[in-house]
Write a protein that binds this ligand. Structure first.
Ligand code: ADP
Length: 444
């Protein structure tokens, strides 16, 4: 696959106010996840399948050979280092590659092989000798579109005449030119514009329509309606595929509207638990006091790597400066950084270049904390009503039962926040012990 037109990206991450709580930006998180992902994410759950026609046989594959792919495509897959289909791919690929084509709604967490699956489906259905768009993939942002494009290029490395075009803002194409690329990846607004206004693509000729990151898509104003308008313009023969990492009711409703007669595949996420985590709290008077307690803990036990969570950017910055001045090697990860910068900080931390990572809420979900033994809540996570944010607490500290290691968690608590901590303890029905930071022996 040749990449004809990669646009220049301007720096598009939105920065919010300096000392505010970082808001979680779904699209940015999703991109970060892709940038730092190193391998497939495991799940001990079984793949659940709901067939459109329950009487038809259900195929699954254990090898890529069984799929009878084009030679050059199989070569591309092996060149990427894939040996066998992922759990979700075992079930999804036979459906996606079936004749006649079947529609599919698939949900599984990020990192389980969805993108690779639909890229494979697109590449296996394009006819390289026909110079017009045949596959259309909608993505929520242009950075995410580019990531998908990269996978097309990698996997399609040996499909020499297949080309990709990005229908995204900031990628102008000459007025007179026809779009000759077989695969178009773009955001809904620009795709609509290219179809209705500029008549650059003929949607009736699309054979495979992919709607990726449906949960992020519907969280973006206007994208659901635009996607539905695009879908309405497709032919009834077009194969329609929808993917999402999460599946709240709103995503199901949207999926039901946009994908007719679907098969449905779900892979449940490994649940997070606090079972393998010993949790402590330290009562403190002030921020300074919290810092002192942190230093005592730090001096008192042999620490591998630690992540410290703060509620605001201001606190996170303050703590970073304090620790640096005391000679610790720390790095700061906060929402004002671009996604690329965040990815590189996480990578350095993973490589052990820094032992401590200080961060705000924004990154609580982005990082795979498997290797990290210690998590510190320098501030307890709270919502806007100053109630405990249980979900965030669990995401910061929890591990998956089967794949996670044991860990330690420390909560630095000002006296007036103690009721919040007690609520957290009750909520999870797991004990959080008080710790005297002068006496670390209690930990063992
Ligand atoms: P998702 O779209 O669900 O987030 P991806 O398709 O991006 O998942 O896959 C996650 C990671 O696993 C990527 O690095 C990808 O290259 C890799 N991967 C995907 N499928 C396989 C496979 N069958 N074998 C090995 N690695 C895979």
């Amino acid at each position: 696959v040749k990449n004809t037109t990669v646009p220049n990206l301007d720096d598009s991450m939105n920065n919010t106010e300096e000392d505010e709580v970082d808001v979680v930006d779904l699209a940015a998180n999703s991109l970060l996840n892709k940038l730092i992902r190193q391998s497939l994410v495991e799940s001990s759950h079984r793949v659940e399948v709901l067939q459109k026609d329950p009487s038809s046989p259900l195929y699954s594959v254990k090898t890529f050979e069984e799929l009878r792919l084009k030679e050059e495509l199989l070569k591309g897959i092996y060149a990427m280092g894939f040996n066998r289909p992922s759990k979700i791919q075992e079930m999804a690929l036979p459906m996606m590659l079936a004749h006649p084509p079947q529609n599919l709604i698939a949900q599984s967490q990020s990192g389980t092989g969805k993108t690779a699956a639909f890229v494979l489906a697109m590449l296996s259905r394009v006819d390289a000798s026909e110079p017009f768009p045949q596959c259309l993939c909608l993505a929520p942002t242009y950075e995410l579109a580019l990531q998908t494009g990269r996978v097309v290029e990698q996997m399609g490395k040996f499909c020499v005449d297949v080309q990709v075009m990005y229908a995204i803002r900031g990628n102008p194409i000459p007025r007179s030119a026809d779009v000759t690329q077989q695969i178009v990846i773009g955001t809904p607004g620009t795709v609509l514009d290219w179809y209705f206004k500029r008549k650059l693509i003929d949607l009736t000729k699309i054979r495979v329509f992919v709607l990726d990151e449906a949960d992020v898509m519907i969280a973006t104003q206007g994208f659901s309606d635009q996607s539905i308008r695009i879908q309405r313009a497709l032919s009834s023969e077009c194969q329609m595929l929808l993917f999402s990492a999460t599946f709240e009711d709103s995503v199901w409703q949207f999926a039901g509207r946009i994908i007719p007669d679907p098969n449905v595949i779900k892979l449940r996420k490994e649940e997070l638990t606090l079972n393998n985590i010993r949790q402590y709290y330290v009562l403190c008077e002030s921020r300074k006091d919290k810092y002192q307690a942190l230093c005592n803990i730090y001096g008192g036990i042999t620490i591998g790597q630690a992540i410290i969570f703060c509620q605001t950017r201001r606190n996170a910055k303050w703590l970073t400066v304090e620790m640096m001045q005391d000679g610790h090697q720390v790095s700061l990860l906060s929402g004002e950084l671009t996604v690329d910068q965040r990815a590189s900080i996480i990578q350095r931390f993973r490589d052990g270049k820094e032992k401590v990572l200080i961060t705000t809420n924004v990154c609580a979900r982005g990082i795979d904390v498997k290797q990290i033994t210690i998590v510190v809540n320098f501030d307890l996570p709270v919502n806007q009503l100053e109630e405990p944010d249980y979900e965030t607490y669990l995401h910061r500290i929890g591990r998956t039962g089967r794949f996670g290691k044991k860990g330690l968690a420390f909560n630095m608590i000002e006296v007036n926040k103690l009721p919040l901590l007690m609520k957290i303890q009750d909520h999870f029905n797991s004990s959080i012990k008080q710790l005297n930071p002068e006496d670390m022996d209690e930990i063992e």
